[in-house]
Design a protein around this ligand. Structure first.
Ligand SMILES: Nc1nc2c([nH]c(=O)n2[C@H]2C[C@H](O)[C@@H](COP(=O)(O)OP(=O)(O)OP(=O)(O)O)O2)c(=O)[nH]1
Ligand SMILES: [Mg+2]
Length: 139
């Protein structure tokens, strides 16, 4: 008898932006306490809506969360991570041009940090390869 184990957890597809300014500072924001991974710092973004593509979700989420309009983006890394209660697929993009002044439009704290300062913040476990890729690209 062959037993095939199928992971019953749905995969959550998330568009994530690593927003970078002219001085190579990166924008991070703090997740509200009531959310999954609450209290940790993140790169802004969120789940794709039905029938939305990654670029569309990235633009929508950064407008909703930070009130900026994405002008230019480029792929950085794709990370799949199993949290046990859910599996996330983080589709991570550099955002190197945008219109507007980013602020925490949903009441969340946001900060511009240097690549050296990234290590001072606690990110969700899935973010380890993202932070590593950012460090590698900017060092
Ligand atoms: N945006 C973002 N999500 C991350 C990061 N790292 C990480 O594990 N995640 C996880 C946390 C969540 O389970 C999921 C993203 O969900 P989200 O809460 O941002 O989604 P959303 O903005 O669409 O929120 P909502 O409207 O459903 O409340 O991905 C990250 O750096 N940025
Ligand atoms: Mg979000």
């Amino acid at each position: 008898m062959t037993v095939k184990i199928i992971n019953p957890l749905p995969k959550v597809h998330v568009a994530v932006g690593v927003i970078i300014d002219r001085d190579n500072r990166i924008l991070i924001s703090k997740r509200h306490n009531h959310l999954h991974m609450g209290g940790r710092w993140e790169f802004p973004g969120g789940k794709l809506d039905d029938e939305e593509d990654v670029q569309g979700a990235l633009a929508r989420e950064l407008l909703e969360e930070l009130s900026i309009e994405v002008r230019a983006s480029a792929p950085l890394i794709v990370v799949e991570h199993d949290y046990g209660e859910k599996v996330v697929l983080l589709d991570v993009w550099w955002v190197h041009d945008f219109a507007g002044e980013p602020h925490g439009a949903e009441g969340q704290e946001v900060r511009w940090v240097s690549v050296e300062e990234l290590g001072d913040y606690q990110f969700p476990d899935a973010n380890t390869p993202i932070v590593e890729a950012v460090r590698k690209a900017l060092s």
